[in-house]
Write a protein that binds this ligand. Structure first.
Ligand SMILES: CC(C)(COP(=O)(O)OP(=O)(O)OC[C@H]1O[C@@H](n2cnc3c(N)ncnc32)[C@H](O)[C@@H]1OP(=O)(O)O)[C@@H](O)C(=O)NCCC(=O)NCCS
Length: 187
């Protein structure tokens, strides 16, 4: 089992009993507004998602990493990353979501920092990407704080509302990530 520790959090592979946390995330419109894959409708969907995540987490070689974000023993969110087959093997994409009561306390910045470090230091990633709606300032800020820079913007139709919304893609490569770490360490 993969376990990453941060000062306040433990990020770990999902277990099958964690489905209720995914279901809880899926019940939060403030979460599903931006994390559209979480628009699940039944507990069974959430159970299937966790089973599927566990199956892929256990594949060798491992390509997908879907981890529970836990705080004081409670699952408070999800962070996931992996590389798509149609991309260079050292390019990773990630996503994340937290239950609203835990927003604004720096938790996702902390989880994301550990995930990005794992991608560069353990998986030897060459480049790491993340996407968000431009209106999702919290998500954009998590990525900017990690030294990621805007590399693409486009318009996309929101399936729930029908509105056209701007989306952004952020990225950081291994060289810039190491430089950012060195700058932070020396200031
Ligand atoms: C996006 C999300 C994961 C952020 O998690 P979080 O733990 O609240 O983020 P942090 O507390 O680490 O905050 C990171 C930065 O964003 C800022 N921020 C957070 N939420 C914000 C908001 N709603 N508006 C403006 N700034 C915000 C914080 O102030 C902080 O910046 P600072 O350190 O310069 O002050 C959380 O809001 C969430 O789960 N949203 C719903 C799902 C989602 O949008 N997922 C991402 C899809 S791309």
């Amino acid at each position: 089992m993969l376990i990453l520790q941060t000062p306040r959090l433990v990020l770990r592979d999902f277990g099958e009993s964690d489905w209720s946390a995914i279901y809880a995330l899926s019940r939060e419109p403030a979460v599903t507004q931006y994390q559209t894959w979480l628009r699940l409708v039944t507990p069974t969907d959430a159970q299937r998602w966790v089973q599927n995540a566990t199956f892929h987490n256990n594949l060798q070689p491992r390509r997908a990493y879907n981890l529970a974000v836990t705080h004081q023993g409670q699952v408070i969110g999800w962070i996931g990353w992996g590389h798509a087959e149609d991309r260079p093997p050292d390019h990773y994409d990630f996503g994340y979501a937290l239950l609203p009561p835990y927003w604004g306390r720096g938790f996702m910045s902390e989880a994301h920092e550990a995930a990005v470090r794992y991608m560069f230091e353990v998986l030897d990633a060459g480049r790491v990407f993340g996407e968000c709606a431009s209106l999702n300032t919290g998500s954009a800020r998590v990525m900017e704080k990690a030294g990621m820079t805007l590399c693409q913007a486009w318009m996309e139709r929101n399936e729930a509302t029908g509105a056209e919304e701007e989306h952004r893609r952020y990225a950081i490569d291994a060289t810039d990530w190491r430089r950012t770490g060195e700058t932070t360490a020396s200031t």
